[in-house]
Design a protein around this ligand. Sequence first.
Ligand code: GRF
Length: 218
Amino acid sequence: MGEEAQAKNPIPRFVAFASGSGSNFESILKAIERGDLQATCVGLIASRPQIGAIDKALDRDIPVHVLPQKGSESTNMSSSLDKELTNVVESMRPDFGVLAGYQQKLPSSILDVISGPVFNIHPSLLPKFGGKGFYGIRVHEAVLEAGETESGCTVHLVTDHYDEGPILAQARLSIPANCTPKDLAAAVLRLEHTLYPITIQTTLEDYGTLQSTFATAH
Ligand code: GRF
């Protein structure tokens, strides 16, 4: 990109949120490294210490913020933690957000401090097998118990309602006979690693034409 174009459309900055191995987070970072996704990661919010996603960030000098581990604190305490997290995210000045296997509900105040879209990926063909209780291996167990012949993954925008934001893209696969939940999870995860970075890139391109600029407005 030339200097003038870059000044008009600076590389969008994103904050990532993860709770697990971070394989989707890594697929996004690798897409950036290959030049397939124009974005820069300005921070990782990890909901737990010692998860794979943290190593993937630290390997690349991406700042990591680990959430304090919740005990049985009061609602007041929990709302002050939400506030603290919101401040941390705001200080990163992100243009967009990426949930990469984040198993906590995002406080709605976070959506207010991220100027652009917040993306999520879910390992089923939403609206099927989404919402509360559908996470991890449970999604794939439910798909097989229901006798589905196909499954896949969905990239959608995050709203205040679990797994209900507008759907941006889906990738499908046929479920072979005798497929176990573990096999299905692995096959869907492979699809996720391709679908997620591509969908983020295409959405950012469209978003860029709709918004006058991606420049951080804070
Ligand atoms: C993925 O299956 C994703 O769809 C879901 O959480 C899982 C995260 O896996 N939201 P990973 O940490 O990216 O490997």
